[in-house]
Design a protein around this ligand. Structure first.
Ligand SMILES: [Zn+2]
Length: 376
């Protein structure tokens, strides 16, 4: 599954890309990590506590971005207060969904040991633990060596390695060459961004922040493996790292596709507009893109982007009010529900403003509306 290629992308990025290294806090480690073990040697995966790791700055881990599958009524393996002691000893591989097992395989084959998965590394029935871990979620992804995205799996059963259509990528033996000379022929997949937009992960609320914060991402899509870091993109069919096409213009053109928080981009266009304006513009696009995604838990609406808000507030101090920046208050309040094919009925009569079920979000915030929005 292209592990050598993924390894070479990671290596080149670490050695050559300054922007992909910036903002790293080597001392940070998530509270818990999964030691992926080695089933072939009879060593099962297990949870480990990182508090006593002697060299945190030398510990590398990968993180998983995935769909829980709540929409399809399924659920993923979780860590509960009652199961934690046993999981610190071993995690029963048979209890794990394919997506988790595939991600562990990626970690092993890339030569690493540790993986972070939300449902296993956060104690799911401990409210305090959720709050503490949620507040450092952006760090979990920004400090990960690389994020593995199970792009085409609607739930835990889909996996990272999705069975492919054999007609899509065809090995071809070159005529008049020695027997072993073989190339793989791929169809024209079109622009890079289209490749990552199709899968269900692209529609999940939490996954927006997970991708935005990660310095490096391996997208395991239905058709091919795709790479993204802050500076470059690549894919299995076009393995050379190519500089990211991201100007302010293309940002507007690919509203929901480009990464919006890239450092490089922020620096590059800072001459054109004031940083405050730029941040507002980016945040508006981000909120619009985010409002098109789905969350299984309605109270997650603001928490699932709070890490990005925190990072922006550090760069550009401003007061953050339920999804809106005080420095951009007028624009921030000027939003309207967006009519789209996915949401044909806009606001049913009598249901606006939303009632108190709306997770305590004030009705003037775009985040209170459960559906796509657009700023004026
Ligand atoms: Zn890079």
């Amino acid at each position: 599954e292209n592990f050598a290629l993924a390894k070479s992308w990671i290596q080149t990025c670490i050695q050559q890309h300054d922007a992909c290294r910036s903002g790293s806090e080597p001392e940070f480690l998530p509270t818990r990590l999964i030691h992926v073990g080695d089933p072939a040697q009879g060593k099962p995966p297990r949870l480990v506590l990182t508090a006593h790791f002697p060299f945190p700055e030398q510990t590398h881990y990968l993180a998983l971005s995935h769909c829980w599958g709540t929409d399809s009524g399924k659920t993923v393996t979780k860590t509960m207060t009652s199961t934690l002691p046993a999981q610190l000893q071993r995690i029963d591989a048979e209890s794990l969904p394919k997506t988790f097992l595939d991600a562990m395989e990626v970690v092993r084959r890339l030569g690493h040991r540790y993986l972070w998965i939300d449902s296993l590394c956060i104690i799911q029935d401990d409210k305090k633990d959720f709050e503490v871990e949620c507040s450092s979620m952006h760090l979990v992804y920004s400090q990960a060596l690389c994020t593995i995205v199970a792009a085409d799996s609607p739930d835990g059963d889909g996996g990272c390695f999705v069975p492919r259509n054999p007609l899509m990528a065809k090995p071809y033996r070159l005529p008049n060459e020695p027997d072993e000379a073989q190339v793989t022929i791929y169809p024209n997949f079109g622009p890079w961004v289209l490749g990552i937009q199709r899968g269900p992960v692209f529609r999940r609320g939490w996954c927006l922040q997970e991708r935005e914060m990660s310095p490096r991402v391996l997208h395991y899509t239905r058709d091919r493996l795709m790479w993204e870091c802050r500076e470059c993109t690549a894919a299995e069919d076009k393995p050379e790292l190519a500089a990211k096409k991201q100007t302010n213009e293309s940002l507007a053109a690919h509203l929901s596709s480009a990464r919006l928080l890239d450092d490089k981009d922020l620096h590059a266009v800072s001459k054109l507009a004031s940083r405050v304006q730029l941040k507002s513009h980016k945040w508006d696009r981000l909120a619009e893109a985010y409002s098109r995604r789905r969350l299984s838990v309605v109270t997650d609406k603001l928490p699932a982007i709070s890490g990005m808000a925190r990072v922006l507030a550090e760069r550009q101090p401003d007061e953050y009010l339920a999804g809106i920046w005080k420095g951009n208050l007028f624009k921030g309040l000027s939003w309207f529900p967006h009519k789209s094919r996915d949401h044909p009925a806009l606001v049913p009569a009598g249901s606006w403003p939303p009632g108190p079920v709306d997770a305590g979000i004030p009705s003037w915030s775009w985040a209170a509306y459960d559906g796509p929005i657009t700023f004026v």
